[in-house]
Design a protein around this ligand. Structure first.
Ligand code: PLP
Length: 402
């Protein structure tokens, strides 16, 4: 007679098949059960024909991977526990000692820190290029250059580069391109088909996406993806992913699967409100510059317009302002403290509007000529009513600066 607890663990009941609901079931596993030794011995984790171990994929992670490929126009996907882990996975897969990586000077800060920290100690060198000057990138590519990072729009200062030209240069020199596509989210432009109307195949090799932002939409999940259209590249990424043991939790995947159907609607709402607030800021006289790629005076506006003004085009929910130099750092800090709806906090893509004051002089190799002097503040526009957000900006300006 089998023990009660053994019977519980090996309980034979199976619910009826054929359950269909709007949201898929969530599968959780470290262990995956094989039907026999032969199946265990012949396990294959490189493609999605089966299952081997929770770390290497479950029905839940496969589902999210496929949906993200559809969103970004890629064919293969690797999921990681954060956007930054996705960036690091690309670097560790594509670079080895003696190689060089090029990063735009306005790249996501922690990507810079990775190059200046771990990569440097492992003998991988880096250079920063001016994302707004394709010739500067061309001049820096050398025989050791193995990877070029791209970002559109750039972090914090939101310059929009001539992405097509940057990719063309890298292709002609045989260098891999990796785009941090968090801002575009697969919605503002097609990273693997930069010129969809022209029939050209111009596109990036690798697209990295911090799902933490718009795909999550809640400010409560950390996750990243690395998407490719080339099986061999994907396998290199997947091998590194497997050897580093960078799995994602099923509950987090579930949260993203649940939020993904509304990503385009949310992106459009963030975009509309951010454009309106950025335009309103342009009309105020506290600021010497408002940075938002859809504003005609913003650096790279023509490139944004050429790439993103198609049917799917968009511009995310971020904009930055540079205060006139007459305002002290203390006054700008007081402005940020006086905001009530915009909360002080990093990241973006959730329902709550956020604000961060940045010290640009510590972030760039040189103060770019296209940026005004002064203190920079970045806003991430959430989903609150635009009029309330505008009133919040107005009251904080009044309280701190007048
Ligand atoms: C937030 C962000 C990341 C990193 O995402 P995490 O999940 O927070 O690690 C990478 N790139 C860009 C452009 C981001 O905004």
């Amino acid at each position: 007679m089998q023990d009660l607890i053994t019977g519980l663990i090996h309980h034979p009941y199976e619910p009826p098949k054929g359950f269909v609901a709007p949201q898929p079931g969530v599968f959780k596993a470290s262990t995956v059960i094989f039907p026999n030794v032969a199946a265990m011995r012949s396990r294959e984790w490189k493609d999605k024909t089966g299952y081997t171990y929770g770390l290497h994929g479950t029905p839940t992670t496969y589902l999210l991977e496929e949906r993200l490929c559809a969103l970004e126009g890629g064919l293969q996907c690797v999921l990681l526990p954060s956007g930054l882990a996705a960036i690091a996975n690309v670097a560790l897969s594509m670079l080895q000692s003696g190689d060089e990586v090029l990063l735009p000077d306005n790249v996501y800060g922690p990507n810079k820190a990775l190059a200046e920290g771990e990569l440097k100690t492992w003998g991988i060198t880096h250079q920063f290029y001016d994302a707004m000057d394709p010739q500067d990138l061309a001049a820096r590519i050398n025989s050791r250059t193995k990877l070029v990072w791209l970002e559109a729009a750039g972090s914090v200062t939101l310059e929009f580069p001539d992405l097509c030209e940057l990719v063309r240069i890298c292709r002609s020199r045989g260098v891999l391109t990796a785009l941090d596509n968090t801002w575009g989210a697969g919605l503002a432009f097609r990273p693997f088909d930069l010129l969809p109307q022209s029939g050209s195949t111009l596109g990036v090799d690798i697209s990295v996406h911090a799902l933490t932002k718009y795909p999550s939409g809640g400010g409560d999940v950390l996750m990243g993806s690395v998407i490719t259209r080339d099986e061999a590249l994907h396998i290199r990424l997947k091998l590194t992913h497997m050897r580093l043991g960078l799995g994602v939790g099923a509950n987090d995947v579930e949260a993203i699967l649940r939020a993904l159907p509304s990503v385009a609607l949310r992106y459009a709402a963030h975009d509309t409100a951010a454009r309106a607030l950025a335009s309103w800021c342009e009309g105020r006289d506290e600021f010497s510059q408002v940075l938002h790629p859809a504003l005609p005076d913003s650096p790279g506006h023509t490139h944004w317009k050429a790439l993103c003004k198609s049917a799917a085009g968009g511009a995310a929910g971020l904009f930055s302002v540079i205060f006139k130099p007459a305002y002290s750092q203390a006054q700008v800090d007081a402005f940020c403290d006086a905001l009530k709806l915009f909360k002080l906090g990093y990241s973006w893509g959730g329902p709550m509007s956020l604000v961060v004051p940045y010290e640009l002089k510590h972030m760039r190799t040189a103060w770019p000529a296209h940026l005004a002097q002064g203190t920079l503040v970045r806003f991430s526009v959430g989903l609150e009513a635009e009029a309330d957000l505008q009133a919040d900006l107005a009251q904080a300006l009044q309280k701190a600066l007048h």
